[in-house]
Design a protein around this ligand. Structure first.
Ligand SMILES: CC(C)(COP(=O)(O)OP(=O)(O)OC[C@H]1O[C@@H](n2cnc3c(N)ncnc32)[C@H](O)[C@@H]1OP(=O)(O)O)[C@@H](O)C(=O)NCCC(=O)NCCS
Length: 169
């Protein structure tokens, strides 16, 4: 499959909104099926200089572009946290397991390492999200702790892992 990774644009909002409501995605990203397009439009429009968001897009035979994944890095705004940031990622259900997540993470970590020189990147992930945990371990993240009953998922409170990647030159 051919796809391109590029910085997010306002026209990607509907693709992002669709993924945030998509079974196979929303359960693990704190999305909710009732989420509105405006939330994604506002998110893109209000991104500041500490937000870095890539999308992976492919072009279908009919010429239409489809957003097949996105990943973002937010540098913490507090001046005493400026050496660190957090990451979030989601891949369209039909394109999972095709290494798009790996490619998006590599693009984000290049920004973190070489262009922002962050020391610490962190994230949270549900304890049973094995594919995501494998991806993060592949990228050098390690488990730091467990946030007990950290989020709601399908009628339950679910534990989350806190993971981080520390990089000292
Ligand atoms: C988790 C997610 C981001 C991973 O992206 P992806 O493009 O599907 O993953 P990749 O194809 O790049 O594979 C990543 C690794 O996971 C491994 N993997 C695939 N399926 C797996 C599974 N069921 N269990 C464990 N590891 C698995 C792959 O083999 C690969 O590791 P390898 O390179 O050592 O072989 C993506 O599946 C997704 O968006 N899922 C739904 C939303 C979500 O969970 N987001 C993350 C919230 S913290």
């Amino acid at each position: 499959m051919n796809y391109e990774i590029r910085s997010i644009q306002l026209k990607d909002a509907s693709g992002i909104n669709a993924m945030r409501r998509m079974p196979g995605v929303f359960e693990n990203i704190l999305g909710i099926p009732s989420e509105r397009l405006k939330r994604s439009e506002d998110f893109i429009q209000n991104m500041g200089p500490n937000s870095h968001q890539f999308v992976a897009v492919t072009t279908l035979d009919d010429g239409n572009e489809v957003v097949i994944g996105t990943a973002g890095l937010s540098v913490y705004e507090n001046p005493r946290l400026r050496h660190s940031g957090s990451i979030g990622i989601m891949i369209h259900k039909d394109y999972q397991g095709m290494r798009v997540g790996t490619a998006l993470m590599e693009a984000l970590l290049d920004i973190a390492d070489n262009w922002l020189m962050l020391v610490r990147v962190d994230l949270t992930v549900f304890v049973d999200n094995e594919r995501a945990i494998q991806l993060y371990k592949n990228m050098g993240f390690e488990q730091e702790g467990v946030k007990k009953m950290g989020s709601i998922r399908n009628g339950e409170y679910v534990d989350e892992l806190i993971m981080s990647r520390i990089r000292l030159k």
